[in-house]
Design a protein around this ligand. Structure first.
Ligand SMILES: [Zn+2]
Length: 367
């Protein structure tokens, strides 16, 4: 059904789409190539919400050459009027005679309507070329739409002997410069970074991208069940990106010091008086957050694991030996894990300076 030329054109479109990985949130990353056989006559990618979609850039570049060409798009062309007019109509007008999409858009506003519109106008449409790669690229967007929760990545840094901090909680500089620079890239790709109130009270972090200029800073989320966040903390006052405070506090008078700069989220409460993470993730999805990075202490990170709400673990392991200190996770003993196949699969590993980065994905995770 698909030729080698088709495959290589879609690979080009996927590479273009990936260029938007730092900036398209909350929109999906999309690339488009217009080609006659192996000759590309137009290409483009979506850069930022509110700006033209990938197809528009590619069609503009192709001009008259779009006549009789094939358009390769990494996501089904949109069929609805959002902030920009529908791409399916732009493709129709352009004179392309075939449209190949890597996957259908699960957004209920599109959901097959884009391809159906093209098909009904006599354009040959095909779907599913390199779909797995396209899904991987938009795991956050897809998770938000399909599961109504973000794709959750846990970021952990640990010593050679499995400690995240000294027993007094000091953890600064466990990993080296290269690993810390890599975390900045992961932050820049994330829709939001989540942490606990303990981390904020200890470090007053900004949780932003500082190493390089970026079109969009990730949102910040603080889990603060009793609303202890100092109103003068960086997260509340720096205005770099939206800050969300998730709390169990319901006295709205207490929200006043934060209202100007931060959004209050009110997730439900668990039986033992904690923030229900599942309900919080639903609220975050409703706020347009698709890719979420958790940069928190052992307790909160462990809670995501215990609730089975994590999709990926990024582990930076330093060769330092800390001796007595805080364990990476605090979870009840799991005897069954000894004999069962591992739940987490390592998908990549690399040496960064003197540290080792390993990425684990949960088994059977379709994202
Ligand atoms: Zn579009």
């Amino acid at each position: 059904m698909f030729s080698n030329t088709d495959i290589s054109m879609m690979e080009n479109a996927l590479q273009l789409a990936a260029l938007g990985r730092f900036s398209t949130s909350p929109n999906p990353r999309v690339g488009c190539v217009i080609a006659h056989g192996g000759q590309i006559v137009g290409q483009g990618f979506h850069v930022k919400a509110g700006e033209p979609h990938a197809e528009v850039h590619a069609l503009r570049q192709a001009g008259e050459m779009a006549q009789g060409a094939t358009a390769f798009v990494t996501l089904e062309p949109c069929s609805h009027y959002g902030r920009t007019p529908p791409c399916a109509e732009a493709l129709l007008r352009s004179g392309v005679t075939r449209v190949v999409a890597a996957m259908r858009d699960p957004n209920p506003l599109v959901a097959g309507k884009g391809l159906a519109l093209l098909e009904s106008a006599g354009i040959k449409t095909e779907c599913g070329l390199l779909e797995n790669k396209a899904r991987e690229l938009n795991r956050g967007f897809l998770s938000r739409i399909e599961r109504r929760r973000p794709f959750v990545r846990l970021k952990c840094a640990v010593s050679l002997d499995g400690k995240t901090a000294l027993s007094d909680g000091s953890s600064f500089w466990i990993t080296g410069e290269e690993a810390r620079a890599d975390v900045q890239v992961l932050r820049a790709e994330s829709c939001a970074v989540l942490t606990g109130i303990g981390t904020v009270l200890a470090d007053n972090p900004q949780l932003n991208v500082r190493d390089f200029p970026t079109l969009r800073q990730p949102a910040r989320i603080v889990l603060d069940s009793r609303l202890r966040l100092p109103p003068n903390s960086h997260l509340v006052t720096d205005g770099q990106s939206p800050t969300y405070i998730a709390t169990l506090e319901r006295d709205e008078d207490k929200f006043r010091p934060y209202r100007k700069h931060a959004h209050i989220l009110m997730p439900s409460e668990t039986a033992d008086g904690k923030i229900d993470l599942n309900s919080l993730l639903h609220l975050l999805a409703d706020e347009g957050i698709g890719e979420l990075m958790v940069e928190a202490g052992s307790e909160l990170t462990s809670a995501f694991l215990a609730e089975d709400l994590a999709d990926e673990i990024v582990l930076y392991r330093s060769p330092k030996i800390l001796g007595n200190g805080k364990d990476l996770f605090s979870l009840p003993e799991n005897r069954a894990a000894l004999s069962a196949p591992p739940l987490w699969t390592p998908v990549s590993s690399e040496i960064l300076g003197h540290d080792i980065k390993t990425v684990f994905r949960k088994n059977g995770n379709a994202f």
